[in-house]
Design a protein around this ligand. Structure first.
Ligand code: 0L1
Ligand code: MG
Length: 262
């Protein structure tokens, strides 16, 4: 760790205030160029601690930047990990209030819920298969707190990987009924197809993102508990949306997820 504890606390407050007050900020590595990966995840953990202390439940974990399309879009080469809170959940078919957000983007994600704990190091796809209770589709609404969505990896990790809102929809299915690699996903905005991909776009298999998450947490002495909802990352690049937009994601064998931006 390169940063003092007091600096970690100050940066967590700075980034969380930007999220809750829906205003953008400059990249924190600008003022703290020596910040390391541990510092970045420690700031994120402090944001999580602040939310839980106020009574917000952590309702899931996420991997981000797991598809080639997203890595290319954001100019990075490794995934990042974050968490989602209860107040970020929007009902399928519901409204997302853009006044509460800065510059939202949508991305369609294949998600799982675990039935057994997963702990790295050494977690692999087979272990994730054994620990998967069911698969369910979702759309994540990301909203970087950084001006113009411009950031480096440490800054975005500290900013809880742009977590903002999410919509779970469609239907739950057992893993053995699906081939996640060839499962097709189509994302539509206002009735027009804006992107499409199959599950293999996420690291060859979305379950690989879960194994990476378990291995990442293992390095920090943590695990994925049983019963955890996990978003494996957008299968396509993220699409900028605005008030008035209707978003629909169709997932082969899993149904659809929709929302309206107001
Ligand atoms: O869920 C995600 O892929 C977000 C990762 C953070 C980078 C971004 O805001 O695109
Ligand atoms: Mg995502």
């Amino acid at each position: 760790m390169k940063l003092e504890k007091a600096t970690i606390l100050k940066l967590a407050e700075y980034l969380e205030n930007a999220e809750l007050q829906a205003h953008d900020v400059t990249m924190i590595t600008g003022d703290h160029p020596d910040m390391d990966w541990d510092d970045a995840y420690s700031i994120q953990e402090e944001i999580r601690r602040r939310k839980e202390a106020r009574g917000n439940k952590t309702v899931g974990l996420k991997a981000g930047l797991t598809s080639f399309a997203k890595m290319k879009q954001m100019g990075v080469s490794v995934p990042v990990f974050g968490f989602i809170s209860d107040y970020m959940s929007v009902l399928d078919g519901g409204e997302v209030k853009t006044a509460e957000l800065i510059h939202p983007k949508v991305e369609a994600e294949i998600c799982i819920v675990t039935k057994a704990p997963l702990r790295g190091p050494g977690c692999n796809i087979a272990a994730v298969m054994a620990a998967t209770d069911f698969v369910v589709p979702a759309v994540e609404i990301i909203d970087s707190r950084y001006r113009d969505f411009k950031f480096d990896l440490k800054s975005v990790i500290a900013d809880n990987t742009s977590s903002s809102r999410f919509v779970i929809g469609g239907r739950m299915r057992n893993l053995e009924e699906l081939d996640l690699r060839t499962l097709g996903v189509v994302l539509e905005v206002n009735g027009e197809i804006v992107s499409m991909a199959t599950g293999a776009a996420v690291l060859g298999n979305p379950l690989a993102a879960v194994a990476m998450l378990a291995n990442h947490l293992g390095e920090r002495g943590q695990e994925i508990p049983a019963g955890t909802f996990i978003m494996t990352g957008g299968v396509t690049e993220a699409i900028l949306v605005k008030a008035g937009d209707n978003v629909l994601a169709r997932f082969q064998d899993l149904g659809s997820v929709s929302m309206r931006f107001v």
